[in-house]
Design a protein around this ligand. Sequence first.
Ligand code: BTN
Length: 244
Amino acid sequence: LGSTLHYHPTVTSTQNLAHEFARDGAEHGTVVIASEQTKGKGRMKRYWDSKAKVGLWFSTVLRPHSLEPKNATQITLVAAVALANVMKEYGIPIRIKWPNDLFIGDQKMAGILTEMQAEQDQIDYIIIGIGMNVNHEEADLGSAALEHATSLKVYTDEHYNLNTLFKSIAHEFEMQYERFIEHGFKPIKYDWEGYAYKMGEWLTVRAQGEWDAKLIGIHEDGALKVVDEKGQEQLLYSAEILWS
Ligand code: BTN
């Protein structure tokens, strides 16, 4: 992963560039990385603040041909586990908020954006975009801080070498990805649950109305597993979770 690496000082979004490379036939594992993004993309069409030199902003082209499109979302959870494992090595206590936000305490430090191109039940490629707030000072977080964002630097008061951090993440992501392709999602599921934010706690979910549910884990296919007030187990595939 990352043996073909395209570095750009400034781009609109590494995600868009990775799509272009993938459409032109870029091989599995190709990475597009930038110092700065002028139009960083978050999930649900949100803006992703990507200032120069303070964060890791990169997108990876994956071609998991043996994977069914309906299981593609599992790759996001694989990436989240890989990131959390690296952070654990750095001594950072990470929690993963379903599906794929990395939290330190109650603040978001990193996010993952997965986009898939598939045709007739066959995945052509998947782009996994990772955005990690690394060396931001409190002031650099700006608008992101309003949305409860943090950075490694804010948390530990240390400065991190982005290159070293990228290499650790690329290596660990490759390991977890290979484990996933070889052994399926089950082992990843247990690791993910070990990092789950608000595990065992009651939340409000929005899925055909709003109702209270207790988070009990994730299903073997990646869906969020909760128990409702009647004690009934429910699997949520595209629910919105109101965490507060
Ligand atoms: C989210 O939490 O909403 C996902 C954020 C993903 C941001 C990364 S930064 C690299 C890649 N390029 C983008 O434009 N977005 C992703």
